[in-house]
Design a protein around this ligand. Structure first.
Ligand SMILES: C[S@@+](CC[C@H](N)C(=O)[O-])C[C@H]1O[C@@H](n2cnc3c(N)ncnc32)[C@H](O)[C@@H]1O
Length: 281
């Protein structure tokens, strides 16, 4: 458990992940009926961008820093607005800046009758998460393995909701863990929306993971990928992806608008993007 998200908060991968997560939640909260949000790898909830970790890498400046300074087209600005409104709340012109993690974004977007189940394994991060989002009756935080907990969390009583699986990819077999957790949960709850983030550090591994989901018979699968530079096996992470099972209505079209603009804003080399339906109804 060496991975610390504080070094990477607000980087291009977070912007990609959180922009899509926000669009999924915006859609799900349009219907009145309550929903459940499950975050298997929650992190600390909000990140101090003036802290030593974020300062050391400066990754956020090439990520959310660029997006906040840009003027995207009106259509894309509208899609990004719910995400950027929450970011701006913690982004004063002067003073310490913070970047909201997935639990905080979800907490801000969900309604009174919705519930959030958050898992985090690192004891220090659990304490921070409790301070950041724990004082809310809608939120349950469990200090346990998110993969194992997911099996106990589904199907949720609301029968509507979204599961975010966003592991640190410290382990070589992370794709296998993600696959097993998804398939197990999907067998119990095949109507939930599942969003699984992955890095493009091992394209063959990512391809294997996506193919395996489809081969296992999961229907309604969308693969979304985003690169800020050309893939270099010896270089830093150049891109990332999200596999979305049961994508919400309109997310595919929204991703096709958002990603070219994000690629334009965030590319440091040859950027690119891809939106592909891997399995239909
Ligand atoms: C990529 S970060 C999560 C970022 C967060 N989802 C966000 O978007 O703001 C991954 C987190 O998973 C935690 N973690 C690692 N292994 C875990 C496990 N098996 N179960 C739950 N959390 C785990 C790490 O401590 C780290 O905080």
């Amino acid at each position: 458990m060496n991975y610390r998200h504080a070094f990477h908060a607000g980087n291009f991968a977070d912007v990609f992940k959180h922009a899509l997560l926000t669009r999924l939640l915006v859609y799900l909260t349009r219907k009145d009926s309550p929903l459940r949000y499950v975050d298997t790898h929650a992190g600390v909830g909000a990140y101090d961008l003036s802290g030593p970790e974020a300062e050391r890498t400066g990754e956020w400046r090439a990520g959310i820093g660029r997006v906040l300074a840009a003027s995207p087209s009106p259509q894309v600005a509208g899609l990004l607005q719910p995400f950027l409104d929450i970011v701006r709340e913690s982004f004063p012109d002067e003073g310490p800046r913070r970047y909201p993690g997935s639990p905080l974004l979800a907490k801000r977007l969900l309604r009174r009758g919705d519930r959030l189940m958050l898992c985090e394994l690192h004891p220090q991060d659990v304490r921070k998460l409790e301070v950041e989002v724990g004082r809310d009756r809608r939120v349950t935080i469990e200090a346990r393995d998110g993969y194992a907990a997911l099996n106990a969390f589904v199907p949720p009583p609301e029968r509507r909701g979204l599961v975010l699986i966003d592991p640190p990819f410290e382990q070589r077999d992370e794709f296998s863990h993600m696959l097993n957790a998804l398939l197990k949960a999907h067998r119990k709850w095949n109507t939930g929306v599942y969003a699984l983030w992955y890095p493009l550090k091992d394209p063959a591994g990512a391809g294997w993971f996506c193919d395996s989901v489809v081969k296992a018979g999961v229907r309604r699968v969308l693969r979304v990928e985003f690169e800020v530079s050309a893939y270099d096996p010896a270089g830093p992470m150049s891109g990332c992806g999200m596999l979305i099972v049961n994508p919400t209505h309109g997310i595919e079209a929204e991703a096709r608008l958002l990603l070219p603009e994000l690629a334009r804003l965030l590319a440091v080399g040859q950027g690119g993007w891809k939106v592909e339906e891997l399995a239909g109804e």
